[in-house]
Design a protein around this ligand. Structure first.
Ligand code: SF4
Ligand code: FES
Length: 264
C-alpha cells in the first residue's frame, strides 16, 4: 500500500518547524506506524538527508515512549492504543497522514516529533512515590486490600506516562496523568502516610512546570492509550483541597478563645 505523509520537521527547539511531504510506497498493511517511519527513514538516509526523529522503545504499548499526533489525534485514530500499536491496515490505501509532535508549553520541542517530557519525571519526583518500608514479597499480602480498591488502583497504575492526555487537552493540563498517580497510590494502604503531601506537591509541581488547569473537557480520557478514567481527576481535587485546608488550618494555629467560653 501507499501513503502520503506530511511530517513536522524541526531541527531543534529554537529552529522554525514546517510540514514536509513524503511519499511512502510498497508498505505492508501489517506494518505499524513506527515501522512505516523506519522504512521512510531508510529512504531519507539513502538520499543523504537527516532521518525523521521520533521516540520509541518497546513498540508493544508498554513503555510510554512513543507518541505523536496523527491527523489531529494523539496516538492516532484508535481508542486505547499507543502509536506503536497502530497498524497501517487502519488507514485507506493512498491516504494522507499528518504527523506532528505533542504541542504544550511544558513539553518543549527537541527535534521533529520528539518533545521533552521530563516535566512528568519532576512531577513524579515531587510526590508520586511511597517511602514507607513495605517489607519483602510475603508482606504484600499482610494488609488486606478490598477488591474495589485494588482493582481501581491497578487501573490507575496502567498509566504509562506518555503525555497524550496533555497533548489532547485544550489547556495542556496534566490532570489525568497526575490523577492516575494519585488514584493509584492513594487507594492502597501503603500510600496513606504521604497522601496529602503527595497531592499538594504533585499538583503544585504540575502548575510550576507550565501545565494548565483542568476544565473537564474530557479530551484526555478520549485519547489515553490506557483508558485511564477521568474520575481520577475528581480524586486529585478532593485530596488536594483536603490537604490545602489542613495546611491552612495548621498555619492559622489554634482558634482564639472568646471571653466567657466555658473550659472543656
Ligand atoms: S494518563 Fe493516559 S494519556 Fe496521560 S500519560 Fe498516562 S497513559 Fe498517557
Ligand atoms: S514504544 Fe513503548 S509504548 Fe510505544
Amino acid at each position: 500500500m501507499r501513503l502520503v505523509l506530511q511530517v513536522w520537521r524541526q531541527k531543534s527547539a529554537k529552529a522554525a518547524g514546517q510540514f514536509v511531504r513524503y511519499e511512502a510506497n510498497d508498505l505492508s498493511p501489517d506494518m505499524s506506524l513506527l515501522e512505516m517511519l523506519d522504512v521512510v527513514n531508510e529512504n531519507i538516509i539513502g538520499r543523504g538527508e537527516e532521518p525523521i526523529a521520533f521516540d520509541h522503545d518497546c513498540r508493544e504499548g508498554i513503555c510510554g515512549t512513543c507518541g505523536f499526533v496523527v491527523n489531529g489525534k494523539a496516538h492516532g485514530p484508535l481508542q486505547g492504543t499507543t502509536a506503536c500499536q497502530v497498524y497501517l491496515r487502519h488507514f485507506k490505501d493512498g491516504a494522507e497522514l499528518w504527523l506532528e509532535p505533542w504541542r504544550a508549553k511544558a513539553f518543549p520541542p527537541i527535534k521533529d516529533l520528539v518533545v521533552d517530557r521530563s516535566a512528568f519525571d519532576r512531577i513524579i519526583a515531587s510526590g508520586g512515590f511511597i517511602s514507607v518500608n513495605t517489607g519483602g514479597a510475603p508482606d504484600g499480602n499482610a494488609i488486606p486490600v478490598d477488591k474495589e480498591s485494588s482493582d481501581r488502583a491497578m487501573d490507575a497504575a496502567a498509566c504509562i506516562q506518555c503525555g497524550a492526555c496533555v497533548a489532547a487537552c485544550p489547556n495542556a493540563s496534566a490532570a489525568l496523568f497526575v490523577g492516575a498517580k494519585i488514584a493509584h497510590l492513594g487507594r492502597l494502604p501503603q500510600g496513606q502516610p504521604e497522601r496529602a503531601r503527595r497531592a499538594l506537591q504533585m499538583v503544585m509541581t504540575a502548575r510550576d512546570e507550565g501545565f494548565g488547569h483542568c476544565t473537564s473537557a474530557g479530551e484526555c480520557e478520549a485519547v489515553c492509550p490506557k483508558n485511564i478514567p477521568i474520575d481520577v481527576i475528581a480524586r486529585t481535587n478532593k485530596d488536594y483541597l483536603g490537604a490545602r485546608l489542613h495546611r491552612m488550618t495548621a498555619e492559622a494555629g489554634p482558634r482564639p478563645v472568646r471571653p466567657g467560653t466555658p473550659k472543656r
